[in-house]
Write a protein that binds this ligand. Structure first.
Ligand code: DOR
Length: 442
């Protein structure tokens, strides 16, 4: 006799590798143990989820949770609360904390601080620097390591590798897929006079499409030379999409909901410095190209680039205002709204947020609703209409660029390895976050 399930989620439309269909999901010991009509199965508990859709747990492969050192903006606990409230089961967190995450010690301190304190599962990028190139093979292998992240252009924090000899050495040293912020530092410095004090509409003029394209082309050239996998974060321009679409072998592509949803100049007129991020939100021509990349498969994953800053930091006059906006809690509802508007299919969303991360980063046991996989599930109500507000924002900074935005489609449940991290807007009392496991680490 097989053991009873711990929980059966009964009657939802399950969206997985098989398409979309009504199936029951049986969970035992945190894993998917049944996927069928389970009406006759023994179980400790049943949840009736008829009318809802169950997606493989959404992985947000780019967030900044600011701990240690910048916890006035966010910490691992507050950021992960926002994540699971928005339907996100796992995050890859960025190394521009204080101290920077660039060593085995700073990485293991983050893992220790996150375990059973974060509400979602987690991995931490290790910043690639000029100094730690020799350590890269070891840093890539550590428990909780998402691999190496490099800033090729300056953004928030002190991580920067802008010279080709060091970039060449880093790319040749990696064996896992490494992530890059691709903006060309020399061009950014040369164009600084184009910033108009008090006018954030000059942000995309300063950090122009050419700055992004130069860096992306340099990076892909190095990746092809060394036959290494690189992941180009937050692609923002039509020119990069065209280039990356013709260079698929070694480079993968992230786009953000912000770049797909907001447009210049409108966003700067409406939101001022609250729309300021790096690389910038640009005009409609670029946004259309990002949507074309969603349609034709050039885009591999979505990352929110959740980058919280306090209102005080955002309220400085441009360009002293900080770059970045929150996004981890709104990724799913904003994208479901796009699904409902017919801009992408639910299957494509799952490809971007679950299958894509699993394929690119080699996740063990995640990213798929299939027997034996972690019971990581994002449960959504495609028919529910809600208005996103600052008051809902669980990020410590307490604001979202989508305040007042009406969306159709809402996350109503987040299961992380079978734990109910959020259900119908209620957060779990206890956090159970654990390091995401990778085939090429640990
Ligand atoms: O706008 C941004 N904010 N872009 C980045 O690359 C970093 C981020 C942050 O950490 O604030």
């Amino acid at each position: 006799m097989t053991a009873p399930f711990d929980l059966i989620l009964a009657g939802a439309t399950v969206v997985n590798h098989d398409g979309a269909g009504i199936r029951d999901i049986g969970i035992r010991d945190g894993r998917i143990a049944g996927l069928d009509n389970l009406a006759k199965a023994k179980t400790r508990e049943i949840l009736d989820v008829r009318g809802l859709h169950i997606l493989p747990g959404v992985i947000d492969s780019q967030v900044h949770f600011r701990e240690p050192g910048l916890t006035h903006k966010e910490d691992l606990e507050t950021g992960s609360r926002a994540a699971v409230m928005g339907g996100v089961v796992g995050v890859f967190e960025m190394p521009n904390t204080k101290p920077l995450t660039t060593t085995a010690a700073t990485l293991s301190a983050k893992v220790a601080a996150a375990r059973d304190r974060m509400f979602c599962d987690f991995a931490f990028y290790v910043g690639g620097t000029r100094e730690n190139i020799g350590d890269i093979p070891a840093l890539e292998k550590l428990e909780g390591s998402a691999g190496i992240k490099v800033f090729m252009g300056s953004s928030t924090g002190d991580l920067l590798v802008d010279d080709e000899p060091h970039l060449d050495r880093i790319v040749s040293a990696i064996s896992r897929r490494a992530a890059f912020h691709a903006e060309d530092e020399a061009r950014l410095i040369a164009r600084m006079p184009l910033r108009r004090p008090g006018d954030p509409t000059s942000h995309p003029e300063w950090r122009d499409p050419e700055a992004a394209l130069i860096a992306t082309q340099r990076l892909v050239r190095l990746a092809e030379k060394h036959r290494r996998r690189v992941h180009v974060l937050h692609i923002s321009t039509a020119e990069e999409i065209a280039f990356l679409g013709a260079h698929r072998d070694w480079a993968s592509v992230e786009v953000t909901p912000h770049h797909l949803t907001l447009t210049a100049p409108d966003c700067y007129e409406r939101l001022g410095t609250y729309a300021q991020m790096n690389p910038p939100v640009r005009d409609l021509r670029h946004r259309d190209a990002l949507w074309a990349a969603i349609a034709d498969g050039t885009a591999d994953v979505l990352g929110s680039d959740h980058a919280p800053h306090t209102r005080e930091e955002k309220d400085h006059a441009y360009p002293a205002s900080h770059s970045g906006m929150t996004g981890v809690q709104t990724l799913v509802p904003i994208m479901l709204d796009h699904v409902n508007a017919g801009r992408l299919s639910l299957a494509r969303l799952v490809d971007l947020t679950s299958h894509g991360p699993a394929r690119l980063f080699g996740l063990a046991g995640k990213g798929r609703i299939a027997m034996g996989y972690d019971a990581d599930l994002t449960i959504v109500d495609l028919t529910r209409t809600e208005t996103i507000t600052n008051a809902q924002a669980l990020s410590r900074c307490g604001w979202t660029p989508y305040d007042g935005t009406k969306v159709k489609g809402w996350a109503v449940g987040t299961f992380v390895r079978g734990h109910r991290a959020m259900w119908q807007g209620e957060l779990a009392a206890r956090a159970h976050g654990q390091p995401i496991r990778f085939h090429e680490a640990g």
